[in-house]
Design a binder for this molecule. Structure first.
Ligand code: PSU
Ligand code: MN
Length: 307
């Protein structure tokens, strides 16, 4: 039997930063490969890494290349994820077959969280979490993100859960699964493209240091590892017009049903439909949300590293 090392391979920069206990921010790659239109996605991948660096932290984009799980990609590796043919979407359960088959794929929130936590990273920034889909009663489609976050020690900075989902049901599932949710500078749960989902959060923090305090308290309390969700709203000036959002979303959901899109295809289909139906406005709101999350992720990583 051959001995494959499935421990994620760290980029030089990430290894060095971890060794000196410096700030590192994990970034997922499915948003690049499956969540954003080409060719804009390549630029965004680079821009997000640059934002982390500008804030004094080291970016660690996570993906699997030719069967090798990687935490921290070089320029060519990031380009392959963005523009390569046949790049798979890898949730946590897809990692083992991807490694065994020597496949190349981008990691979702669940896949990224597994590899980042394994590498010793504590902070991870993304756009919006996956969750319970709106037609759950028919399809029982709930993102693997939720179950995975319930058992992984990592802080995830996001703009809430994608508004294409059943947001109240997803928040309920997070509660049931025991995942802590903090509103960042808000008492309302953010709505991904929208600043406010219409639902409250139980806990609010205002500074990166407060998030680091909660992380330290969670560690001190011990118990089973689980994620800390930091819900950071897109600025109101950059949100998608709520009326336009509601109208195009019902069209997108109907189109998804009519075409019989299922499984891993659902989220990319809906996001792409929204980009086209809003003339790119949903893309701008999505990017504004992700940028804010990446900046905040870097600030939290710095506050954590300073403890
Ligand atoms: N955030 C974005 N765009 C995305 C995603 C998040 O702004 O495309 C991705 C994440 O990788 C998340 C995935 O884990 O969508 C959820 O997919 P699914 O519903 O199939 O679990
Ligand atoms: Mn799904």
């Amino acid at each position: 039997m051959s001995q494959h090392s499935v421990v994620p391979v760290l980029s030089e920069e990430v290894r060095e930063a971890l060794a000196r206990r410096g700030p590192v921010v994990a970034l997922e790659s499915t948003i690049i490969s499956h969540g954003l239109p080409r060719p804009r996605n390549v630029e965004v991948g680079r821009e997000l890494e640059a934002l982390v660096r500008a804030a004094g932290a080291v970016p660690a984009t996570v993906a699997v290349l030719d069967g090798v799980p990687r935490v921290g990609l070089d320029k060519e590796q990031l380009e392959r994820i963005a523009t390569g043919e046949g790049v798979r979407k890898l949730g946590a359960r897809d990692l083992a077959p991807a490694v065994a088959a020597g496949a190349t794929g981008a990691t979702t929130v669940s896949g990224t969280a597994v590899l980042a936590a394994r590498a010793g990273l504590r902070v991870f920034a993304t756009g919006g979490l996956g969750g319970v889909h709106r037609d759950w009663l028919r399809a029982q489609d709930e993102s693997a993100d939720l179950g995975l976050l319930a058992r992984t020690r990592i802080t995830v900075v996001c703009a809430g859960v994608k508004s294409i989902l059943d947001v109240p049901a997803t928040l309920q599932r997070l509660e049931t699964l025991g995942v802590t949710v903090l509103g960042y500078g808000t008492e309302r749960f953010p709505g991904f493209y929208l600043s406010d989902s219409g639902l409250p959060v139980d806990w609010t923090v205002h500074r990166p240091e407060e998030v680091a305090e909660v992380m330290a308290a969670a560690d001190a309390l011990g118990g089973d590892p689980s994620a800390l969700v930091v819900a950071n709203p897109v600025p109101e000036a950059e949100q998608l017009d709520p009326e336009l959002h509601d109208r195009v979303l019902s069209e997108a959901l109907a189109a998804c049903r009519e075409r019989g899109v299922t499984g891993q295809g659902v989220t990319p289909f809906l996001l792409d439909h929204l980009v086209r139906a809003t003339g790119g406005a949903s893309l701008e709101a999505n990017l504004a949300a992700v940028r804010g999350n990446v900046r905040l992720g870097a600030a939290i990583a710095a506050a954590w590293a300073a403890r």
